[in-house]
Design a protein around this ligand. Sequence first.
Ligand code: SF4
Ligand code: SF4
Length: 387
Amino acid sequence: MTESVYNKRESRPGTRKIDRTRLKRNHDKPGQRYRFLIQSAFSLLCLWLGVEFYFFIRYLETNGASGWTYRPPGVEGFLPISSLMSLYHFFISGEIHPAHPAGLVILVAILLVSLLFGKAFCSWLCPVGFISELLGHISRVVFKRNLKLPGILDYPLRGIKYLLLGFFIYSIFFLMTPPALEAFLGSPYNLVADIKMYYFFAEISQTALLVIGGLLLLSLIFRNFWCRYLCPYGALLGILALLSPNRIKRNAPNCIDCGRCARVCPSFIKVDKVKTVISDECTTCLQCVEVCPVKETLEYQSLLTRRPFPVKKVALGVVLLFIVITGMGMVTGLWRNNITTDEYLHHQKYLKSYSHPTGTGEIMDYNQRAGSGEAKSKPWEKETDNE
Ligand code: SF4
Ligand code: SF4
């Protein structure tokens, strides 16, 4: 058991002497350096996937004349809803749907990272989280602090991401029948969902541009606006994080109540007021742990062994777990889908006619059509030439 850093006779913060031998040098924050490097590397990887995918689309657009045929399966990581459907399909059938296997493997890797290390995906790997964080830094330079919405707005707005998640979970797990799920996963819309996503950004509408611009602006003013209020993926990971066996623990007798941990926390968690951080908003960024000036006071601990996890091990654990699971997907053949280049060239012609259910009524209709077998031949869309 660690002794208190205070002189025993003086037991109140501000009146107690600090045992200086317990203070640690915390100018160096190697964990935050590793985190920045990992976030940058992961974002560059995503950028590279985007470049490869662009050339693949050029190949389709030029009917093969551009001479590039490689489609990077990693782009399926940007199809979270399709991947969630694949996961449900796996639960009910025991089979991995061949349309977007890499998307499923990436989703499983992210879920396992969250189960073990909390919402670490958000602060160590996610490129959107990285951009949000960079915008937050700019905001701090401009406003000298991170602005936070008042509690009366903050609490209800934080619920939006759970409502969005609830809608997807309800639609996929409760509303869709297994035949409809099977039909949708094999539908042309789902097969080319990645290409549709590409065109969403490549031919972005004015409305979408305004919405994205508004979100960037809000993220600049209010730290992590997208992640804190709107991201349903983050909501899912936040729920799983509550089951994680590892947590930030504060050794209260050692604490000198300096409040640095709470001030540095990008999720505005009152770390200095709790013994254990139990929050769906904690992203295991470990900034609080690294900023704490007293040894053995704030640590990321295993609740099972009660031993602290050094920041380096967390960095290694998050990255290795992700690489090992996606690597296993690659070597076991659960990475590339079974769609041929000729099929992609065929779908490219009809892309604009492919759509998806947009509400519960349409899902019910889809269920009926899938049940009657109609949705098996032409699941959702009519193939109408783009021209
Ligand atoms: S509590 Fe600590 S680890 Fe969690 S988000 Fe705040 S600063 Fe990061
Ligand atoms: S950083 Fe937080 S946990 Fe560490 S001494 Fe200050 S208030 Fe206590």
